[in-house]
Unconditional design. Structure first.
Length: 107
């Protein structure tokens, strides 16, 4: 069973009242969903995606980003460029070029 739009709105309002940061709401909503609808933590992927998509649509862009797990340098064209490796969980894909945060797009 997927959570309804009303359920997602209600859980978000609960988190707002409790001053839960947006980056924590997604995982807490999935946990609450698994408790209320009696499914395991590893819910069917469509339930996780329903909560995730709703959360991204209804919060400020970038507010779910936790930050980098690692920062390093990449030497190219006689310069050092910052490399940031983000934190990820679940099914997560890293694009190496997106990790080069300070390099211009035309490189």
């Amino acid at each position: 069973m997927k959570p309804s739009e009303d359920w997602l709105q209600a859980i978000n309002e609960k988190f707002l009242r409790e001053d839960v940061l947006p980056k924590a709401r997604l995982i807490l909503a999935i946990l609450e969903c698994s408790k209320q609808f009696n499914c395991s933590w590893i819910c069917p992927l469509d339930i996780d995606k329903t909560v995730e998509n709703w959360s991204y649509r209804n919060t400020k862009p970038g507010s779910h980003q936790i930050g980098s797990l690692y920062k390093g340098a990449f030497y190219f064209d006689s310069c050092s460029w910052q490399v940031e490796i983000p934190i990820g969980f679940g099914l997560y894909r890293i694009n190496a070029f997106h990790s080069l945060t300070s390099i211009p797009d035309n490189f």
